[in-house]
Design a protein around this ligand. Sequence first.
Ligand SMILES: NC(=O)c1ccc[n+]([C@@H]2O[C@H](COP(=O)([O-])OP(=O)(O)OC[C@H]3O[C@@H](n4cnc5c(N)ncnc54)[C@H](OP(=O)(O)O)[C@@H]3O)[C@@H](O)[C@H]2O)c1
Length: 262
Amino acid sequence: MTKILVTGARGQLGGHLLRRAEATGIPARGVGSAELDITDPGAVNEQVEPGSVVINCAAYTAVDAAESDEDTARLIHVSTDYVFAGQGDTPYEVDAPTGPATAYGRTKLAGERAVHAALPSAHVVRTAWVYTGVGSDFVSTMLRLERERDTVDVVDDQVGSPTFAGDLADALLELAGRSDVDAPVLHATNSGRASWFDLARAVFEEAGADPERVRPCTSAQFVRPAPRPAFSVLSGRAWADAGLTPLRPWRDALHAAVREAV
Ligand SMILES: NC(=O)c1ccc[n+]([C@@H]2O[C@H](COP(=O)([O-])OP(=O)(O)OC[C@H]3O[C@@H](n4cnc5c(N)ncnc54)[C@H](OP(=O)(O)O)[C@@H]3O)[C@@H](O)[C@H]2O)c1
């Protein structure tokens, strides 16, 4: 069976990937930045075994990971909705014009381009609004605030597709097992759309709390250094057209994630 190397393995997504691979008997090895700095080409070439699939979950561009010989390894590089301008109201297709509005988005787009320049057969998989339900992500923060506060104000003017890292991990492992997919860019998120306010209310419901304790507010009340996209919904059309399994609706995934997290 194809061996998988997960970089950024101590992150949200990397951690879930390793757990899912182990649970399904897929041989996978994870490395954090201490074991493999992806900006070190020599180290990357040393660690990437011939015939393996690299799933790059490190949160920096994979410019150097792409140095690996095209014939000896395949690369799945995880990217983000932030490569788009974040306006509009129809889901972004994989070939929609990019236009990042933040430094994070610009560097992630540069990473996508560098990956394809070095390794045209690589799959760039864009995702959005990833959570695990543990640690300090949005879902776990809402679970904590539900216990600590009477009410919470959450923005209702930013829309996306909340994506459970466990579901995304399963999706990436499916892609890793398919050598016949010829798609330079794919989008993978749980399906459907929600605002952060909708997601927060759903988390309260999952905790058995009154969702009315979550109150809507606008982004103007929460100004941050990097502007957040108002619209982050990614179309799953290319994913389905490639014969890959569509990810389930975000609400079902949240239910499963909260059960898994407690
Ligand atoms: N979270 C989201 O909502 C979201 C949305 C869209 C796209 N994404 C993308 O999804 C991917 C995974 O994100 P995540 O949420 O799992 O991020 P994360 O939890 O922050 O994990 C990223 C990991 O990258 C590793 N890393 C950073 N610099 C590195 C380097 N030079 N060499 C090797 N590893 C390095 C870190 O490893 P150590 O801990 O070992 O230092 C960290 O654990 C990223 O590409 C991100 O851009 C995330």
